[in-house]
Design a protein around this ligand. Structure first.
Ligand SMILES: NC(=O)c1ccc[n+]([C@@H]2O[C@H](COP(=O)([O-])OP(=O)(O)OC[C@H]3O[C@@H](n4cnc5c(N)ncnc54)[C@H](O)[C@@H]3O)[C@@H](O)[C@H]2O)c1
Length: 421
């Protein structure tokens, strides 16, 4: 009873329990969701496999049946492994760095993109050009040029009425949505600052195999190369920085960060970052991320308001009683809910378009990385607007086109040294 649930919050709890779901199937089905929905996947790894299953589950919630019409991956073993589940004819399983183009030529209505992030700007542009609704896993870029390309493609998608949902599932999660609504209603006063963290371990390493080309080794071990992942501040910590940007309602103005590398065994990324994000108006968020196995972990967000404080999802301290609208979701699995929102928007005339939102968060984490790599203070507009900034035209040295053309050379430069980079 220390923190009583406001009455309308209680309604949202009921909605989540499935009662609302059972009560209004016609609303859930939307205006004109077709009975069959064709979908294709690019990137048949861990996340792609999950996203496809979640898309299928979302179709079911909306009263539709998903038909998987194509699978694409750079590597045959990856595509074949997933096709053990879906059993598509070989003519619908595309392999290679140009496999995405073949997906666009199919009659799928939706494309799910879950390759390493460096490829996203090119794949997203091709999908929108082909008139597909898009699920784009986060991150969507590894450099400012790529992030701005996402914004431009997102505008094209808007013109064509295409839905675009990004894999920032916290924005589709009832616990986060509830705290965001409570904060907006004044439960802890205006936000003044906070800390966002992803402190964990190195997720995985893939060693170079004897016959690997530079391209294949780099791509199989993508999670350890900045050129493909953006470094872990971009690849992983983007989730927590996204919550800060969402809750505050604006991207940061500048970043001053540091970081370093001592333990990582492959690739060229840092082990840790610490970034002071200045959101203007005296609001500061400290971002902290670390991938060092054997150290204390902590993942989440904590915000301080004028009269109280709270976790991104979870407990509030010093909370005032406020009334918030009921949060009505179709499922308590945020990674299914994001697909429900994608599909429903595609057919009800109000397509969701997350492109600018995810690109801005992506720029914010790239800004933090550049600041840590160089040791310099970096402004958000250096990446978004200031064409004369040294960072505006920064592009990773290995591009998606290099993979398609077969001209990838493994980066040999040592990781950045702040103050010298
Ligand atoms: N939202 C989340 O919580 C979450 C969780 C994990 C991963 N992710 C994101 O999902 C994406 C994929 O991560 P993952 O863990 O599945 O990695 P993964 O290595 O398991 O899978 C990536 C797949 O993409 C394939 N691939 C690489 N380049 C390709 C290309 N040009 N064309 C086609 N296929 C290509 C790889 O062969 C591999 O099968 C990343 O952007 C990652 O950050 C998001």
């Amino acid at each position: 009873m220390e923190h009583p649930i406001p009455r309308r919050d209680f309604v949202s709890t009921l909605a989540l329990s499935g009662l609302a779901l059972a009560a209004s199937p016609s609303i859930l089905r939307g205006q004109s969701v077709p009975s069959k929905i064709k979908v294709a996947l690019i990137g048949c790894g861990g996340r792609g496999t999950g996203a496809l299953g979640q898309f299928i589950a979302a179709c079911k919630i909306l009263g539709a049946e998903a038909e998987v019409v194509a699978l694409a991956d750079a590597f045959e073993d990856r595509a074949k492994r997933l096709n053990d589940t879906y059993k598509l004819p070989a003519t619908k399983v595309f392999v290679g760095y140009d496999a995405y183009q073949k997906v666009m030529a199919t009659d799928c209505a939706f494309v799910l993109m879950a390759t390493p992030p460096a490829f996203r700007p090119v794949h997203f542009a091709a999908a929108v050009a082909a008139g597909k609704h898009c699920f784009v896993e986060k991150p969507v870029a590894v450099d400012p040029v790529g992030a701005r390309a996402i914004i431009a493609t997102g505008e094209e998608a808007k013109k064509k009425g295409l839905a675009v949902v990004a894999g920032t599932q916290r924005r589709h999660d009832a616990s986060y949505m509830k705290n965001k609504a409570l904060i907006d209603a004044g439960a802890i006063g205006a936000l003044r600052g906070g800390v966002v963290q992803w402190n964990g371990t190195v997720p995985w390493i893939r060693r170079r195999a004897k016959d690997d080309t530079d391209a294949d080794y780099m791509n199989r071990n993508w999670l350890n190369f900045t050129e493909l992942s953006g470094d872990h501040i971009v690849e992983q910590h983007i989730h927590n920085v996204d919550v800060a940007i969402w809750f505050l309602g604006r991207p940061p103005v500048s970043a001053l960060g540091f970081g370093g590398r001592a333990r990582r065994e492959t690739g060229n990324m840092f082990d840790f970052f610490s970034v002071d994000y200045d959101f203007g108006d005296g609001v500061r968020i400290h971002s902290q991320c670390r991938q060092i196995t054997g150290t204390s972990g902590r993942v989440g967000e904590f915000f301080t308001g004028a009269t109280g404080s709270c976790f991104g999802a979870g407990k509030m301290f010093g909370q005032k009683q406020v009334d918030i609208p009921a949060i009505k979701l179709d499922t308590d699995d945020s990674m299914v809910q994001e697909h429900v929102d994608l599909i429903r928007g595609a057919y009800n005339g109000k397509p969701v378009n997350d492109a600018r939102q995810i690109a801005e968060t992506n720029l914010a984490v790239i800004m933090g990385r550049i600041s840590a790599y160089t040791g310099e203070m970096v402004k958000f507009d250096d990446l978004l607007k200031h064409e004369k900034s040294p960072y505006y035209n920064f592009k990773a040295s290995v591009s998606p086109l290099d993979f398609e053309k077969g001209t990838v050379k493994l980066p040999t430069e040592a990781p950045s040294i702040p103050g010298k980079a």
